[in-house]
Design a protein around this ligand. Structure first.
Ligand SMILES: Nc1ncnc2c1ncn2[C@@H]1O[C@H](COP(=O)(O)OP(=O)(O)O)[C@@H](O)[C@H]1O
Ligand SMILES: [Mg+2]
Length: 500
């Protein structure tokens, strides 16, 4: 009996073709690695054993040509040599998920990089997933607030809406995303930092997000010095984490910085694998992948992912291919203006250039009326501004311009907002009511998550009071601070920035 079992295993061991799962590198050229075997599917993750390199690196199958498997690595390929073994791991990229992801920082493979130990995964989510079936998607009907007056008041956002933030560099994208992360009424934030410089990542976590923002966020970080595949997959990993929380019935805020750098990673990969460049060097795969990525946010049967995606528009070129492609997919765009930033008007949101397509359907009629009145007044002022500034406009010659002049300062005060000065929906709408004289009923100000909002409010409302009455949040803060410290020491090259 025992020998029979033994023989059965022996037999199956003899039948097994051991070459199938292990291949050998035959060529390494730039980003592209070619190997003879293993048998693998496109997208499958492989481990390359590189005794003269880093020991082991992970790579993904990107092409199959006869017997040849084309791979790209998630890490630097220094020290790879012909003959190194390539082992197929049997699955495509998956992300370990758990509610314990909150406050954690992950890399492009979904591994924690903050030295805070395991995340006790309750399951694995595919990094590459299809968007929810359009027929099962709920309509966007509820408002989600960001704590930013210009957005909540004049560009109302719905749960599950997707917006682009279009801006040049240094105009305040990261600061704005940090403000939203700290003050939104969403249950969870997922922040994707794709292709930012190490320094920017550092700044974002320490200054823009801060400990209280980090405690309610999951970060996926793939800095600019990581290989393009890592930058690309970081985008999918972040989206998969957001999908996990959405499946728990939560309202998720996905803050994605930046789509442009994701597209550039796509371009590097496309060109390396021989795709023809289409527009401005971008390969067709970029245009093809963009909707697949962006459509994954939005509502599902269970919860919602509200997406803010940043797009770099240098020199205000809104027709540049990435900006142009993305604008067509999203449900609105927020334009940040360098001119406003230069005038220290922060957040530098150019309201008249910005649109939230769902604003009218997620805010009440009085709110819409007040928002319309403010926009109109701003447009009139904008039109007449040159005349007013050179003193060529005479008071009384046009009632609309007279009114725009009177309301100019109150509107400016409404739009300009300090970094540590969150505004509840009620405060925002009362301010709009004061400016326009439109009465906004209380139910339009109802912010269902007001409690959560109040808890996340940092400085203004009396920091000491909050700390002395809420010890759990103080503990969270300490925990989050420790994790930030750990992160700096764990990301290569970051320890040298001297942050402690
Ligand atoms: N809301 C704000 N209030 C005050 N200063 C701001 C604000 N937003 C941005 N800034 C200034 O602009 C700089 C660049 O902002 P940042 O958010 O890093 O821009 P980006 O991410 O677009 O490159 C900040 O270091 C800060 O000096
Ligand atoms: Mg930035």
């Amino acid at each position: 009996m025992e020998t029979a079992i033994f023989e059965k295993y022996l037999e199956s061991a003899q039948r097994t073709d051991p070459i199938k799962c292990v291949g050998r590198i035959i060529k390494v050229q730039g980003l592209l690695i070619e190997s003879h075997g293993p048998q693998a599917i496109i997208g499958e993750i492989c481990r390359i054993i590189a005794p003269r390199g880093k020991g082991q690196i992970k790579a993904e199958v990107v092409g199959l040509k006869d017997e040849i498997v084309q791979l790209m690595a998630f890490e630097e390929t220094d020290g790879l040599e012909v003959g190194d073994r390539v082992i197929a791991l049997g699955s495509r990229l998956e992300v370990p998920v758990s509610k314990k992801l909150l406050g954690r920082v992950l890399d492009a493979l979904g591994n924690p990089i903050d030295n805070k130990g395991d995340i006790d995964a309750v399951g694995m989510y595919p990094a590459l997933a299809s968007p929810p079936d359009p027929l099962t998607r709920r309509r966007v009907t509820d408002r989600i607030t960001t704590g930013v007056r210009a957005i909540d008041g004049l560009l109302a956002v719905g749960k599950g809406q997707r917006l682009g933030i279009f801006a040049g560099s240094g105009v305040g994208k990261s600061t704005l995303l940090g403000m939203i992360a700290r003050n939104t009424t969403a249950d969870v934030n997922v922040v994707a930092l794709i292709g930012e410089r190490g320094r920017e990542v550092n700044d974002f976590i320490e200054n823009d997000l801060g400990p209280e923002g980090l405690a309610r966020s999951v970060l996926v970080v793939t800095p600019s010095n990581s290989p393009p595949l890592a930058r690309l997959r970081g985008a999918y990993v972040a989206t998969a984490v957001a999908e996990f929380f959405r499946d728990q019935g939560l309202d998720v805020m996905l803050l994605f910085d930046s789509v442009t750098r994701y597209a550039r990673a796509m371009r590097e990969i496309g060109l390396a694998s021989g795709e023809p460049p289409a527009t401005r060097g971008y390969p067709p795969s970029m245009f093809d992948s963009m909707p697949k990525l962006l459509e994954r946010s939005g509502t599902s049967e269970k919860g919602s992912i509200t997406g803010f995606y940043t797009i770099l528009v240098d020199g205000d070129d809104m027709d540049e291919p990435v900006a142009d492609t993305v604008r067509g997919i999203l449900d609105g765009h927020i334009v940040l203006s360098r001119r406003l930033a230069q005038g220290y008007h922060y957040p530098a949101i150019d309201v008249l250039q910005s649109v939230s397509r769902l604003a009218p359907s997620v805010s009440g009629p009085a709110t819409n009326k007040a928002a319309g009145a403010i926009r109109k007044t701003m447009a009139v002022y904008d039109e007449a501004e040159d005349l007013i500034n050179v003193g060529a406009y005479r008071n009384g010659s046009n009632p609309a311009i007279d009114e725009a002049i009177v309301k100019h300062n109150p509107i400016e005060e409404f739009l300009v907002q300090g970094i540590d000065e969150p505004s509840s929906l009620e405060e925002t709408l009362i301010a709009m009511s004061d400016i326009t004289g439109v009465q906004i009923p209380l139910e339009e100000m109802d912010d269902k998550n007001a409690k959560l909002f109040a808890a996340s409010r940092p400085v203004q409302a009396g920091k000491e009071k909050q700390q002395s009455t809420d010890t759990s949040s103080a503990q969270d803060t300490t925990k989050a601070l420790n994790s930030v410290a750990a992160l700096f020491s764990s990301i290569p090259g970051m320890g040298s920035l001297g942050i402690n």
